[in-house]
Design a protein around this ligand. Structure first.
Ligand code: BV8
Length: 241
């Protein structure tokens, strides 16, 4: 693959990039949602009918994320290096709600499915950092309402965040790189089609194994993210004119 004429890059990451940092993926062996139906915890309906179950699902994941052993890995760091060395024409879009990209130093970043370390008040819509447990008695620090707090993530059936910015970047990129995602969840799984609709644009999948939409990419490199991502980033930077 020839990357010498690449001007703008969009990267999409999923749970697979955080796997080697110790965070579970959603659909793999021992994945987050095996044994627990997706709709049971990540939907507005679930939250309305059983808020404590949904709060505890996120409290458990938050606690795990904040464990000292969980830190950005070589794949997160390689994407930060690409952002730094590339300059203009770079956007990192993540489906992940963890903060490992930020902790690796990434700045040109959109969390399309929100952030687990933030809370949102359903009464005043304020969004704030919320690293501790949350429950049905939690009080909004902005409007003081009690019982209106939720985690600031995008549940199934809710509109993902930053979509205008994301689609503008996809429609103008020459290279789309997808890392660590199974291609199950839309609209993220459809991003490769937006890029491949434009002739000349290249799309590369970096994953442990081919995803559901692997055939829609112009190229793919397979293996653990901490190996394939740094190797691929080196290749792209080495060919840059
Ligand atoms: C919306 C936040 C519209 C919460 C998440 C039928 C057909 C098509 C679509 C739909 C449909 N029915 C419903 C829909 C829409 C639905 C959807 O796509 N459902 C799917 C399940 C069929 N989508 C939505 O509802 C979205 N909203 O469509 O809104 C709309 C329009 C107008 C107005 C209102 C609404 C919202 C979806 C967001 C849901 N929230 N997360 C939370 O985290 O708790 S989704 C969740 O799945 C995570 O964000 C996760 O990132 C995401 C995708 O999963 P992956 O990241 O891909 O993780 P997965 O485990 O699946 O795969 C990991 C991959 O890594 C694997 O391929 C594995 O091989 C690889 N891997 C493993 N280890 C490694 C590795 N790779 C490299 N190295 C390793 N070491």
């Amino acid at each position: 693959m020839d990357f010498s004429d690449i001007k703008s890059i969009v990267v999409l990451t999923g749970a697979g990039i955080s796997k080697e940092s110790g965070l579970d993926t959603f659909r793999g062996e021992g994945g987050l949602w095996q044994g627990v139906r997706v709709e049971e915890v990540a939907s507005p309906q679930a939250f309305n009918s059983n808020p404590e179950l949904v709060h505890s699902f996120y409290n458990i994941r938050k606690e795990k994320l904040l464990n000292d052993a969980v830190k950005p890995n070589a794949a997160h760091q390689a994407l930060r290096r690409l952002e730094q060395e590339w300059g203009d024409g770079f956007l990192l879009v993540t489906q992940n709600v963890d903060d490992l990209h930020e902790r690796a130093g990434s700045e040109k970043l959109v969390h399309m499915h929100g952030e687990i370390l933030k809370g949102r008040c359903t009464a005043c819509q304020a969004v704030m950092s919320w690293t501790g447990d949350m429950n049905a008695q939690s009080q909004c620090p902005n409007c003081n309402a009690v019982g209106t707090m939720r985690v600031n993530v995008v549940w199934f059936g809710e509109m993902p965040m930053g979509m205008d910015k994301i689609y503008t970047a996809l429609e103008n990129c020459d290279l789309f790189i997808s890392v660590g995602t199974s291609g199950n969840v839309y609209p993220a799984a459809g991003f490769v089609q937006v890029v491949s609709a434009r002739n000349g644009a290249q799309s590369v999948e970096l994953n442990l194994e081919p995803s559901l939409n692997a055939a829609q990419f112009t190229g793919g490199y397979y293996g653990p993210a901490t190996e394939v991502v740094p190797e691929f980033i080196d290749k792209v930077l080495a060919q840059r004119r």
